[in-house]
Design a protein around this ligand. Structure first.
Ligand SMILES: Nc1ncnc2c1ncn2[C@@H]1O[C@H](COP(=O)(O)OP(=O)(O)O)[C@@H](O)[C@H]1O
Ligand SMILES: [Mg+2]
Length: 234
């Protein structure tokens, strides 16, 4: 299996410009490699910097130190250095981010939100719609909601629409930030199945899961993200 992600000696210190320029060191010396089919679980206490690390991987937060490389179009892209256009291209083809929150677009129906990633890839409209219906059904979204905009859906329903949209068109690398956070056991099991399916198809996942049972079922490997003071002492 070939490498898809190489993270080398990454660190992050936030500078709080609106609070007198205070420096807040969060991460130091994080290194790992992720291969096709891997599911790397980031483990560690609340506030350790797990979500920040995912945002750095996605190119939303800048690294203060180190390299984050993704395999992309048969070459390597370092998001710590890439310009915004390269990051957008990387996201279009090779990298996605799945949070527990759906970005609600006013007046766009659930099924249209779910099928959009397939349409953007050039998939036929009818095939995209059928696939979206299948995903919504798997995630137990009642059919009467499919044509409604998710703004008024419950938190768990929005989360499941978001998961349907993310997994309908899996990318080679997927970043997951607590995707099962407000789901019941039945829907949590569906997400675990989806994760296993995309891994079998060769995608790699890097995720944060608050639930030990989920971690046990999905992880091929774990790394401990220590709180900064503990990392410095070690
Ligand atoms: N944009 C930001 N600006 C300043 N501090 C931040 C920012 N994002 C996160 N932090 C701080 O970084 C630390 C790690 O947060 P986070 O990555 O959310 O931890 P985790 O996901 O492990 O619970 C926290 O102390 C948090 O307050
Ligand atoms: Mg977090």
């Amino acid at each position: 299996m070939s490498d898809l992600v190489r993270v080398d000696n990454v660190g992050k210190t936030f500078t709080l410009h609106n609070q007198g320029g205070v420096s807040l060191p969060v991460l130091a010396n994080v290194s790992f490699v992720v291969k096709e089919g891997d599911c790397l679980v980031l483990h560690g206490p609340s506030g350790a910097g797990k979500s920040s690390l995912l945002r750095m991987l996605y190119g939303n937060y800048k690294c203060t130190q180190g390299r984050i490389e993704f395999r992309h179009r048969n070459s390597w892209v370092d998001v710590a250095k890439a310009d915004p256009r390269d990051i957008l291209d990387l996201r279009r083809h090779s990298l996605s981010y799945v949070s527990q929150f759906l970005r609600v677009i006013p007046r766009v129906s659930a099924i249209d939100i779910v099928m959009e990633p397939l349409l953007l890839r050039g998939t036929d409209e009818k095939i995209s719609r059928d696939k979206a219906a299948e995903m919504l059904e798997r995630l137990n979204i009642p059919q009467r909601l499919w044509t409604l905009a998710p703004a008024t859906f419950s938190g768990g329903e929005q989360q499941r629409v978001n998961i349907a949209r993310s997994f309908i068109a899996a990318t080679p690398v997927m970043l997951l930030d607590e995707p099962t956070a407000s789901l019941d056991a039945k829907n949590r099991d569906v997400v675990i199945e989806l994760i296993c399916e995309v891994r079998e198809a060769g995608s790699a996942l890097i995720g944060i899961f608050h639930d030990e049972l989920v971690r046990e079922r999905v992880a091929s490997r774990r790394i401990e993200i220590q709180s900064y003071n503990a990392a410095e002492a070690a």
